[in-house]
Design a binder for this molecule. Structure first.
Ligand code: PHE
Length: 457
């Protein structure tokens, strides 16, 4: 096929492939690393409840809107918005998504690097006979590096770029379809172990006990940001993936199944982690290191613990890798379709951008180092990349997508595409969706946002 010629666009081959790829994007470090420590820092059950509401009233409507935009145009995020409203500024929402994708990758690839490194250490048997004190010390050593965390970050980015260069079917589809089911199985094994630890009841109590006095405005924005981050929303990922969907896909079903399964994985990860935290007398609010300090302890002193530990970090690397595929697919699809760069070249260019800036995030984690002490308004690079993307850009992107779908697009166009050109009977469902999208989602987003930045009280 010649470059520049109208070429046959790749896509996923079946409903199953659509589901696993989309779930592969949603399930990631967000569930296993971020969700538990944010629940821990924000007081447990009440935060969890707000998070569920965000998924229901904000997450799912925006996901369906993104699905519409992608599948109806079969284009990358920028190209899709350009096609739907030519000559307007809406395409900048797509470009904003490309920027969010980079911001997330800068710190995500760092944490994914720690995960790959932990997998390697688990294989070497570094965690045999571990205690709480040595678990903490090992994590501190891993992040301080400075060379090894950078090396692992480079490996992670290289793996992702290589899979993406292979294309949508041969790369994304093949990997997610094989690995997602395995992930579920492994995480359930971890849960069984955690639930048989002595602190299990206390851990479950922490996770599911609702106490609203713990909840601040900042925590509500964090829950909202987490919902976006978790479901890969507000930045063009779901637009890009849905542009590869099959035309007979029931997009309401896909959105609901992905949201429910993803939330289930987060809860299962929480159930694996909090019993351990309480059983070993750790701080639930220990922050980004929580996963890395608890999990090696979960499996210590148990039969086959060393093998299960390897399995756990293997599953976390799978989750991180499949989520990164979807993150980097946003700029790759944009570059190859809008800028005429080949997929392979786009994969290389993006890998280089991510590594060069991502190293700043990685080096900023060691608080004793030069970069670690460098802060802007109290935050270092790692924290800024995370905060700007999750708490600002994704909710802002989501807000504009909700406005676009609810007020700019025509209602009958949305309904026509979401009902697969009239072949699905979705009248009632569509009306509920449209009402929420138009009147609840943008209003909720605006209130939470203005409240947390202090403009309204
Ligand atoms: N949803 C992924 C996770 O939870 C992260 C992600 C965010 C992926 C945004 C794509 C887009 O880990």
């Amino acid at each position: 096929m010649h470059e520049g010629q109208a070429k046959q666009r790749e896509g996923f081959s079946s409903g199953m492939a659509v589901f696993f790829a989309t779930l592969g994007s949603a399930v990631g470090l967000g569930n296993i690393w971020k969700f538990p420590y944010l629940v821990g820092e924000n007081g447990g059950g009440a935060f969890l409840l707000v998070y569920f509401l965000c998924i229901l009233f904000v997450g799912i409507p925006i996901m369906v809107s993104e699905f519409y935009i992608g599948r109806t145009t079969h284009k990358n995020a920028v190209g899709a918005l350009k096609e739907l409203r030519p000559g307007t500024s809406w395409k900048y929402i797509g470009l904003m998504g490309v920027c969010s994708s980079y911001l997330i990758m800068f710190f995500y690839s760092c944490v994914a690097g720690w995960v790959y490194y932990y997998l390697f250490k688990a294989l070497k048997g570094d965690f045999v006979g571990i205690t709480m004190a040595t678990a903490k010390a090992q994590f501190a050593n891993v992040v301080v590096g400075p060379l090894s965390p950078i090396l692992w970050q480079v490996i992670v980015v290289g793996v992702v770029a290589a899979i993406l260069a292979a294309g949508v079917k041969q790369g994304i589809e093949r990997i997610t379809k094989t690995l997602m089911p395995l992930l579920f199985l492994l995480i359930i094994i971890c849960d069984i172990r955690a639930l048989t630890l002595p602190g299990a009841a206390e851990g479950m109590q922490f996770l599911f006990h609702v106490d609203f006095s713990q909840l601040s405005a900042a925590a509500i924005l964090t829950a909202l940001g987490l919902a976006f981050f978790k479901l890969s929303l507000g930045m063009g990922t779901m637009m890009t993936y849905s542009s590869y969907f099959t035309d007979d896909n029931h997009m309401f079903n896909t959105a609901a199944k992905v949201a429910v399964s993803d939330t289930l994985v987060s809860l299962l990860a929480g159930i694996a982690i909090f019993p351990t935290v309480f059983s070993f007398g750790m701080e639930p609010g220990a922050g980004p290191g929580l996963l890395f300090m608890t999990i090696p302890l979960v499996f210590s002193q148990m039969p086959f613990g060393d093998i299960l530990l390897v399995a756990f970090f293997f599953l976390t690397s799978i989750a991180a890798t499949t989520a990164m595929l979807s993150l980097v697919e946003v700029p790759i699809a944009y570059m190859s379709e809008e800028r005429g760069v080949s997929r392979k070249k786009a994969a290389i260019i993006n890998a280089l951008i991510i590594i060069i800036i991502g190293v700043l995030a990685t080096l900023s984690v060691d608080k004793a180092s030069l970069l670690g002490q460098y802060t802007i308004l109290g935050r270092g690079f790692f924290d800024w990349f995370d905060y700007l993307s999750s708490n600002i850009l994704l909710p802002a992107g989501g807000f504009f997508i909700a406005l676009f779908a609810g007020y700019i697009l025509k209602k009958q166009d949305l309904k026509y595409e979401l009902s697969n050109h009239g072949t699905l009977k979705i009248d009632g469902l569509f009306n509920v969706f449209y009402f929420i999208l138009k009147y609840l989602t943008p209003v909720l987003l605006l209130i939470v946002f203005l409240n947390s930045v202090g403009i309204i009280k």
